[in-house]
Design a protein around this ligand. Sequence first.
Ligand code: PLP
Length: 390
Amino acid sequence: MRKSEIRELLKLTQDPEIISFAGGLPNPKSFPIEELKSIVQAVLEHHSKIALQYGTTHGIPELREMLAERCRKEGMKDASVDNTIIMTGSQQALDAVGKIFLNPGDIALVGLPSYLGGINAFRSYEANLIGVPLDKDGMRVDLLEEKLKELAKQDQPVKFVYTVPTFQNPAGTVMPEARRKKLVELAYEYNFVIIEDDPYGKLRYDTVQVKPIKTFDDEGRVIYISTFSKIFVPGFRLAWIIAHEDIMRKIALCKQALDLCTAPFTQYIAYEFMKRGSLDLHIMKICEMYKPKRDIMIRSMKKYFPEGYVCNKPKGGMFAWVTLPEKIDTEVMFLDALKEKVAYVHGKAFCVDGSGGSSMRLNFSYSTNEQLEIGMKRLGAVIEKKMKEL
Ligand SMILES: Cc1ncc(COP(=O)(O)O)c(C=O)c1O
């Protein structure tokens, strides 16, 4: 196990004067506090005997059924209460998947860049993580195929491919349908499992026509993971997995050892929130809040950053990925940024092969609109100064 670089960096950004684009936090103003007060009251009144007791490992059936139904409507044909399990955050799901599939030295393929929490979870099982580059449309499935061919020639099986196909963390990319289908075909051909991590799919600010990879899966090779963290509240630590029943059995076994069950109390709160029809309305409100933030960040980038950077406007999610001219090392520049009271996460932290040295991830969901503009102005000045020095 290694220290999480992001956590270490975040410690440096505690100074309240620093405008931090480093974290990956939802905006606390989006939390539906008033509605939660009445829901908590209702849960205590109507479900307290179950909600305050230990629960089953799979989670409360009412919530699983609702989640399965949502996923069936999205096109996941086999989603049912039996192959849906509630997890204590998708981070727990990623750890469980690592525990089940990875023996030391086993190969798993991940994006370059990839979600750091996923990388850390898989590393803790001593996986051999191999990176597959991304372009503006997410993971380069053509390069993935080349890698798979090469590994097959060396008789090296791949356990799984880990991907965040929709509004990726950190790159903000969306994998188009053709790539999604091709990825599933490759999984059949080369006998691996796809871990589809989808926390951001519902946070859409522009028209994007994509369905989860799981909807193209007829063999049960896709493990679909999603979470309430970004569409409701992260503090409840609620996520869910939809997977083939054979995999589900292993996940349940694994979860028994991890925490016996996810807190039934928060599960009931989420269930009640969904039953009242509040979730979709709430997602709309979050999108209304984040879209202008995304726009301010991108507009300010154009206004304050010197020429020479590349950033594809993210159509959803919470992050913008910026790549500066190669000679700039964003890890080194981070200290300059802190001096100017602005923070980001340097790109190398997300890349298993040490690439990403001139990139950075910027979060736009957490800051106020005013902070976004001021922070981007500060960051632009830091970059400009750095460019002149080199
Ligand atoms: C891609 C991705 N997966 C998983 C997680 C973990 O989310 P959760 O709060 O559900 O554990 C995050 C959180 O930022 C994420 O960005």
